[in-house]
Write a protein that binds this ligand. Structure first.
Ligand code: NCD
Length: 303
């Protein structure tokens, strides 16, 4: 039985297969409409979410399966002090697969060790968000036709943003990738990622100004400042509007650059950018459903 904790749990060949399956699901949805009949997905969300939870639910419903779960730790037995290890043992009796989001780094991993059903990490604290990364990779592959040869800019909260950490981790396995990390001093990428890139000899720069980097980028991954992970509100208020991508700044970017964002967006991308054909963050949401459908089928060995 397999779980998904980290995008690296799948080899690049396995990811290719998963993305091929997602492409086929997109092209022939009817073929997959009954694949999960009689199966149940449990969504255990100990932290707020709109997209991730609903896209898992929508994915399972599209496959003909059912969904159970909770979307707030206070409405689960966690409020009574139940451990994640106990909860997953219970959930294993009710469902066939579980997607878990938790504010504590590593909680879904702990659950996986006690689980008799596949567990998917749907975001653990500031650590990883593998299914967002699968979504990002499928979006890039679908719209650019490849996953190599990119200069990738990641902008915003690179310290706490788990989607950025997961994406960097996943992209380093493809050829000719270089990174430009655009963040204020206080929100730079964690040192473990910097060390990893140095070790792998992957070119990267860390800069503060977005405008200077825009002309060089093939992909721009914007992120929200992660308010819930700050220790004090003043720091958040000081940093929250550090970057605002607008129409004017988009003029500096190449014509074929893509702008991605895991969403939710706060102020970091002006709504006026939404009309720009390079802004693909709402398309990303749709790819997120296809890739979660492919993931559920793969982990349930129904692919
Ligand atoms: C992201 C997350 O939860 O980390 N959202 C998502 O799942 N698409 C990004 C964020 O909250 O900023």
């Amino acid at each position: 039985m397999r779980h998904l904790m980290n995008p690296l749990d799948f080899t690049t060949e396995e990811l290719d297969k998963l993305f091929d399956l997602a492409d086929d699901i997109q092209a022939h949805p009817d073929k997959y409409a009954h694949k999960c009949e009689g199966k149940k997905l449990a969504t255990c969300f100990y932290e707020p979410s709109t997209r991730t939870r609903l896209s898992f639910e929508s994915a399972m419903l599209n496959l003909g399966g059912h969904v159970i779960g909770f979307s707030d730790a206070n409405s689960s037995s966690a409020a009574k002090g139940e451990s994640v290890s106990d909860t997953i043992r219970i959930i294993s009796c009710y469902a066939d697969i579980c997607a878990m989001r938790h504010p504590k780094e590593g909680a879904p991993m702990v659950a996986a060790t006690k689980s008799s059903i596949p567990v998917i990490n749907a975001g653990d604290g500031g650590h990883q968000h593998p299914t967002q990364t699968l979504t990002d990779l499928l979006t890039i592959r679908s719209l650019k036709g490849r996953l190599n040869n990119f200069t990738v800019g990641l902008c915003g909260d690179l310290k706490f943003g788990r989607t950025a950490h997961s994406l960097v981790n996943a992209l380093v396995r493809y050829d000719h990738i270089s990174f430009i990390f655009i963040s204020p001093e206080e929100l730079k990428i964690p040192s473990y990622l910097r060390d990893k890139l140095k070790e792998l000899n992957i070119p990267f720069k860390e800069v503060i100004r977005l405008e200077d980097s825009l002309p060089e980028l093939d992909l721009l991954y914007m992120t929200r400042v992660q308010r819930e992970r700050f220790f004090n509100e003043e720091d958040y208020v000081r940093l929250k509007d550090f970057y605002i991508l607008n129409k004017e700044k988009m003029k500096l970017a190449p014509e074929d650059m893509l702008v991605l964002h895991p969403l939710p967006r706060v102020n970091e991308i002006s709504v006026e950018v939404d009309e720009d054909p390079r802004a693909v963050y709402f398309k990303q949401v749709q790819y997120g459903v296809y890739v979660r459908m492919a993931l559920i089928l793969t982990l349930l060995e129904l692919a």
